[in-house]
Structure formats: structure tokens, C-alpha cells
Design a protein around this ligand. Structure first.
Ligand SMILES: NC(=O)c1ccc[n+]([C@@H]2O[C@H](COP(=O)([O-])OP(=O)(O)OC[C@H]3O[C@@H](n4cnc5c(N)ncnc54)[C@H](O)[C@@H]3O)[C@@H](O)[C@H]2O)c1
Length: 437
């Protein structure tokens, strides 16, 4: 099938390579000419496991091309995916300007009979507006133009895997012929047994927000639990193991730490809360989820203050800067929020990350970057574990103590073992577990 993809960022590029890999002829379009130039040379603009070789292979096999012209991307394409960004406005609701612009730029070039797929995460009701915008650009009868919602559930750091092995593919639509087109797009995956769920458009749109809000809620529950465990002398990891063993609860997303970040959870929780309010329901639980998430960073900061007293003139090393392991993405990364607060209080901050250091430096130019964890920790008064990369988890506690000015570790991800830290004489502040003071 000939497929056009508008927006070749984290979701759009993965969509391009995975649709090409399952046999479609894909043209990816983006209004960022520098990104397109990189992609045409076969260079992925961001890190994602398996992405680079897959991009090279699909380009070589000729099923994938890129263009800076939206008209070219959608030309003769019976299916067009919209994958542009939907960042938050200051009010918390989703900014849909890019979605509208993308629709306007393709409207008059769209094929005679086309399904436009809303893959970006958008508030319920967006498909109607999208359709109206497309119709304005090129009036077409219902049987020639349909909009469907096909939210993306991929996880950064596992995005290629998630696209090629989806737990479910969700399609919300109205017309049978549009559902039929989407069944054809995903046939190579459904033939392997991956389920495709068909719903109405509002149900599909809402499911994405509900999914992210629920996962964020689990993380915030674990973080609130951590605060209580700290006061009660309990161990949040053991509590999470105990309650997570119950299949009704599940162990996933119950790790207490510095909270969620990234380009999705913070904005989607806000956008869902905002949407609910606009629809007439005050979803206060979501406000609390966001508040507990912010509190998780402040609680980590409080431990640094407790260990170091005044921060002026002290050096703090942040190990891990990406919002989670496996990615170079630092959007809404808790490490950088903490870093900004430490800098504001007069500390010198050094950071290490295996992939995200350059992106972190762009966001926080005052950050000193070290090439490896031990160099970052060298001479530090305190190390904070912000992202649980394997190379950080596997650090040798003895070597770490050797290079630090004082052996103080605030473990924002419970990456280290308390027994080992005790053996080496660290002042150790884990999250939601008894500290070694
Ligand atoms: N990143 C994730 O893990 C993830 C997961 C699921 C869903 N989503 C959702 O997918 C959407 C995209 O997210 P992302 O992380 O890929 O964003 P991104 O910022 O990485 O990519 C967006 C891309 O769209 C391009 N773009 C913007 N306006 C355009 C236009 N008018 N025409 C053509 N291209 C345009 C940008 O240049 C950029 O390359 C968002 O709604 C997001 O919430 C993201």
C-alpha cells in the first residue's frame, strides 16, 4: 500500500520504518528540512534501539523515502498518517496548531479516496475538526474522505519493538471502508496474531489519554507510598512487590523514584484533566497525580539538602539525564528539573548520561558534562541517581566512593543495593526505603 506520513519525529519516523518493514511503500514528510536531509542520508535524528539499521535497510530496499513537501508525501496515498507534535499550552490543554497546519498543508493534495489517520495524541473531538479542515481544502463526499483515530502506544526506548509487536492496535472510525483500509494496513501484523480493536472515534481518542493517565497514576501512587514508607520505616520496593504480586494490581509502573517525565505523561495527564474540565467533569485525581509527580523531585532535593546542608559551593553529580533509560530524550526529564533547582541554590552540577548528555546541555547550559559516571562523581559532595541506566546500576560502589569528596548518594531510582552501600560506608538516601545515615 502507498502510505504518506506527516511528521517524522519520535512517533512518525518509527511509523515510517515499521510500515515499510511490513511491506508498504512509505513516504515520510516533515516541515523541518534539516531533519529530512538527515533522513534522506539514512541518519536517524534521535536514538532508539534498532532504529538506525532498520532505517538504512528500508531506504536501501526502496520502500521508504522522505520529502520536505507535504504534497509529495500524500500524493496517491490512500492512507495518510498525521504524526505531528501536540505539546501542552500554558493552560495545560493540547496545542493542536501543528495538527491543523499539517491537515491544511495536505488537504488540497490528498488522493481521490483517502483515509487520514490521526496518530498524534489529541483530545477527543479532534477528528471532527480534522475532517472539517480537510474538507475545506478539498471538498469530497463521505465515501471519498474519512478520518480515523489510531493512537500510538509505543514506549520510547522500545519503540521499534512495540511497533512491530503491538499489544493491541486501536482504530476508531465511522465508515466500514475506512476500517477496511486500516485492516489492510495492519494485515501483516494481525496475520501474526496481534489484535486490532475497532471502536468509535471518541472511544479511541479517549483511550490513549486514559491509558497514559492510568500509568502515570500508578507511578504517582508508588511515589506517594514512598513518602509514607519513609515515615513508617517500611520499604516501598517490598511493598510494591507484595501488592504487585496480585494480578488485579500488577507490578509494572509501581517503581517509586523521581517521577515520570518525557514528552507524553506530563502533557497527556494535563491535557486529559483539561479536556475533562472542558467537558464538565472535574477530574481532580489527575491534578493530584501531577502534584505528587512534582513532589517526587522536591523530595529528592530535600534529601540532597539534608545531606549537604547549604548547597552553595557544593558539587552535585547527576547520574542519568534522559527521562528514562534507553533514550536520548530529555523532554520533561526529572534530572534536568532537579539540576535547575540545584543550580538555582548555588551548587555546581555535573551530569553524565550515555546518550542524552548533548541534549541535556542544550536545555541546561550551566551543566558540566562528564564522559563517564566516575568522572562525573570525581570530587562530588553528593551523587544523585536520576536515571537507572545499566551502566549506572552496575557501578562499583568501592570505585565510586574512592573518587567522591564525600560518600553521599541520593538514589532517586533505587538503583543500588542498601547492603552494598552500607558495606562501603556510604551515607545513602534511597527512595521510600530506610536510609543509611
Ligand atoms: N514520543 C512518544 O513516545 C509518543 C508515544 C505515543 C504518542 N505520542 C504522540 O505522538 C505525537 C508526536 O510525538 P513525537 O514525540 O513524535 O513528537 P516530535 O516532536 O518528536 O515529532 C513531531 C514532528 O512533526 C513535525 N511537524 C510539526 N509540524 C508539522 C507540519 N505542519 N508538517 C509536517 N511536519 C510537522 C516536526 O518537525 C517533528 O519532526 C504527539 O501527539 C505525542 O503525544 C508520542
Amino acid at each position: 500500500m502507498r502510505i504518506g506520513v506527516i511528521g517524522t519525529g519520535h512517533v512518525g519516523l518509527i511509523t515510517c520504518v515499521s510500515l515499510a518493514a511490513i511491506g508498504h511503500e512509505v513516504v515520510g514528510g516533515d516541515n523541518d528540512p534539516e531533519k529530512i536531509a538527515l533522513l534522506e542520508r539514512g541518519v536517524a535524528p534521535f536514538y532508539e534501539p534498532e532504529l538506525q539499521p532498520m532505517l538504512e535497510q528500508q531506504l536501501k530496499e526502496g520502500r521508504l523515502t522522505f520529502t520536505a513537501s507535504p504534497a509529495e508525501a500524500v500524493k496517491d496515498a490512500p492512507v495518510v498518517f498525521i504524526c505531528v507534535g501536540t505539546p501542552p499550552r500554558v493552560t495545560g490543554d493540547a496545542n493542536l496548531v501543528a495538527v491543523e497546519q499539517a491537515a491544511r498543508s495536505v488537504a488540497s493534495h490528498i488522493a481521490d479516496r483517502a483515509v487520514v489517520v490521526e496518530k498524534s495524541t489529541v483530545p477527543s473531538g479532534t477528528a471532527q475538526r480534522l475532517k472539517r479542515t480537510l474538507q475545506r481544502g478539498r471538498p469530497q463526499p463521505e465515501e471519498h474522505l474519512q478520518v480515523v483515530s489510531n493512537p500510538e502506544f509505543l514506549r520510547e526506548g522500545k519503540a521499534v519493538h512495540d511497533s512491530m509487536h503491538p499489544e493491541r492496535i486501536l482504530v476508531g472510525g465511522e465508515a466500514e471502508w475506512a476500517f477496511e483500509a486500516m485492516r489492510e494496513v495492519y494485515k501483516p501484523l494481525t496475520d501474526q496474531g496481534y489484535p486490532l480493536i475497532e471502536t468509535s472515534i471518541p472511544t479511541a481518542e479517549l483511550s490513549k489519554h486514559a491509558s497514559n493517565a492510568f500509568l502515570a497514576m500508578k507511578i504517582s501512587f508508588a511515589n506517594a507510598l514512598a513518602r509514607v514508607c519513609e515515615k513508617a520505616g517500611a520499604d516501598v520496593v517490598e511493598v510494591a512487590d507484595a501488592i504487585g504480586a496480585d494480578a488485579r494490581i500488577g507490578r509494572a509502573f509501581l517503581n517509586a523514584g523521581m517521577g515520570y517525565g518525557g514528552s507524553c505523561f506530563p502533557k497527556d495527564v494535563q491535557a486529559f484533566e483539561h479536556l475533562s474540565r472542558r467537558l464538565g467533569y472535574d477530574f481532580r485525581l489527575l491534578q493530584e497525580v501531577a502534584r505528587i509527580n512534582a513532589e517526587a523531585i522536591d523530595s529528592t532535593l530535600e534529601k540532597v539538602r539534608d545531606a549537604l546542608w547549604n548547597l552553595e559551593g557544593k558539587t552535585v553529580a547527576l547520574l542519568g539525564l534522559a527521562f528514562k533509560p534507553g533514550t536520548d530524550d530529555v523532554r520533561e526529564a526529572p534530572a534536568l528539573t532537579l539540576g535547575a533547582k540545584l543550580l538555582a541554590e548555588g551548587a555546581t552540577v555535573t551530569g553524565y548520561d550515555p546518550l542524552a548528555a548533548a541534549n541535556a546541555k542544550d536545555v541546561l547550559p550551566e551543566l558540566h558534562i562528564a564522559p563517564d559516571p566516575l568522572s562525573a562523581a570525581a570530587g562530588a559532595d553528593c551523587v544523585v541517581i536520576c536515571t537507572e541506566w545499566p551502566e549506572i546500576r552496575d557501578l562499583d560502589a568501592g570505585e565510586l566512593k574512592e573518587v567522591m569528596a564525600y560518600p553521599v548518594v541520593v538514589d532517586g531510582r533505587n538503583a543500588f543495593d542498601s547492603g552494598t552501600m552500607a558495606d562501603h560506608g556510604f551515607l545513602y538516601y534511597p527512595t521510600g526505603r530506610p536510609p543509611l545515615l
